[in-house]
Design a protein around this ligand. Structure first.
Ligand code: HEC
Ligand code: HEC
Ligand code: HEC
Ligand code: HEC
Length: 362
């Protein structure tokens, strides 16, 4: 027995609903750490740490009140000190680690609220959220303090709204003082063939897990940020059949927009339902837009220089990976440390040269 709870127990040991951190449908919750059958859709690659037997409480250290007082904030302890120091001095110091190390996001891709049955009774606000799918690569956005974070972006529509609601005009934060970093945007009310006014808004979740390979330079430094979502409708209400579909998220200096929303099959409403109840998005395909500057800027010449260094570095690392494959555990560890540091440093090539000299590696 250890006093440290396993990741699975923090996540309800599967599909429990009584626990705090189930919610594979939410990109930032614990289910995205474990992946596999804890993710929706199933089969997400687990966080690198999970495979190394590192669990929730290793990063989410307990607060003053002990277990049950887990901190939202995570703590990397002393495991990546050199990388953290190197990163803090690099051109990317304004990005959090997740900005580069999260590659895809699962769970809800669209959420519609409309008439339906809740616990067998008619309800004007049933949540049709089972548009489950995969979105990636994550869009980057600045948090309250101007730090770039990876986010999951997905559209909401709430039917049966009486009053008119105005757009929020700019990105909002749920907790302006920073308890969480989740932004949102209110698009405002629009009309569809049924269910009165529909309130459109964009939910934006800071993505925290799973950590995986670092993204390539090119995946971020493009003319605009582009993310693709693919989903499958799995609710047993509303539609006659399940259907699949997708959309794209574009973000640049003229704002962020959700576009190309489509289903791969025609959607047929079951008797007693309108399309506006559970698939109102078909009336609002290009309405989820928000203003703001989401461009990733880098001087062209400076970028080419850094890209050049990065390519040389990767070439050398491929060679050293081979050299150190056959060495003993202690030397391998030294190399892993040097590699991690070089990958996040300004003076990467010099650093690697010093390492080679010290260990007499050609
Ligand atoms: C490798 C370190 C690490 C491990 C292990 C880890 N997390 Fe996290 N987690 C993070 C980071 C980093 C954040 C983002 C925190 C921040 O923004 O300050 C986070 C955020 C979260 C949040 C969101 C908090 C919020 O306010 O939105 C939840 C919930 C969470 N983790 C649950 C879990 C659970 C449950 C496990 C185990 C199944 C787990 N985490 C394992 C690093 C970790
Ligand atoms: C108990 C030690 C430990 C803690 C705590 C820890 N890590 Fe790690 N982390 C590891 C190990 C081991 C690896 C595997 C790679 C390696 O050996 O360097 C790793 C790998 C990573 C990777 C690389 C992923 C890849 O495949 O390239 C990232 C990014 C990362 N950690 C970020 C974090 C962040 C951010 C935190 C704190 C929120 C954190 N880690 C906390 C031990 C830890
Ligand atoms: C600008 C993008 C970027 C940022 C920001 C970033 N990394 Fe990385 N990281 C990479 C790339 C690229 C690699 C090499 C590919 C890989 O192994 O994932 C890497 C590799 C790693 C590795 C594996 C090293 C090894 O020996 O294979 C660790 C550990 C790691 N990063 C930790 C971190 C931590 C901790 C932070 C935040 C302090 C961070 N990274 C921030 C891009 C980034
Ligand atoms: C996850 C997305 C991401 C990846 C991957 C990434 N960058 Fe960046 N990069 C950014 C962002 C965001 C900024 C703007 C930073 C800021 O606002 O402080 C930036 C800034 C820069 C700058 C300008 C820095 C300055 O101070 O003028 C250069 C040059 C650059 N990146 C080169 C690279 C190269 C080369 C790679 C690959 C080794 C890379 N980036 C990988 C997101 C990324």
């Amino acid at each position: 027995m250890t006093s440290k709870p396993s990741s699975a127990s923090c996540d309800g040991n599967g599909r429990g609903t009584s626990m705090c951190h189930t919610g594979a449908m939410q990109s930032r919750r614990g289910g995205t750490y474990i992946g596999g059958s804890y993710s929706l859709p199933e089969g997400m690659t687990p966080d690198v740490h999970y495979k190394k037997d590192i669990h929730c409480a290793d990063c989410h250290t307990t607060g003053e009140k002990g277990m049950g007082d887990m901190q939202r904030r995570a703590n990397c302890q002393d495991c990546h000190l050199e990388i953290e120091d190197a990163h803090a001095k690099s051109i990317h110091k304004n990005l959090d680690c997740a900005a580069c190390h999260i590659n895809e996001l699962r769970g809800y891709q669209i959420v519609i609220w409309g008439p339906g049955k809740v616990s067998g009774k008619d309800n004007p606000f049933k949540k049709y959220s089972l548009y489950y799918g995969i979105q990636g690569p994550p869009i980057l956005m600045k948090d309250q303090k101007g730090k770039w974070m990876a986010v999951k972006v997905f559209p909401h529509s709430v039917g049966n709204i009486k009053q008119e609601v105005q757009p929020s005009g700019k990105v909002m934060f749920r907790w302006p003082k920073g308890e969480t970093r989740d932004p949102y945007y209110i698009v405002g009310t629009v009309n569809a063939p049924a269910d009165n006014r529909h309130l459109l808004w964009i939910e934006i979740q800071q993505a925290s897990h799973p950590f995986g390979k670092g993204r390539s330079c090119e995946s971020c430094h493009k003319e605009r940020q582009t993310s693709t979502s693919r989903w499958e409708y799995m609710d047993d209400q509303g539609s006659v059949n399940p259907f699949t579909g997708g959309y794209r998220i574009l973000a640049d200096s003229s704002g962020l927009r959700i576009t190309d929303m489509k289903s791969d099959q025609p959607i047929v409403a079951a008797s007693g339902y309108n399309l506006a109840d559970f698939a109102s998005w078909i009336y609002f395909r290009d309405r989820w837009q928000m203003p703001g500057d989401f461009s990733i800027k880098a001087d062209k010449k400076k970028y080419r220089n850094y890209l050049d260094v990065s390519r040389k570095l990767n070439g050398q690392l491929r060679h050293l990976d081979e050299v150190f494959k056959v060495k003993d555990a202690k030397e391998k560890k030294k190399y892993t440390e040097a590699k991690g540091e070089a990958l996040h440093s300004e003076g990467a090539l010099q650093m690697l040269q010093d390492f080679r000299n010290k260990y007499h590696v050609k």
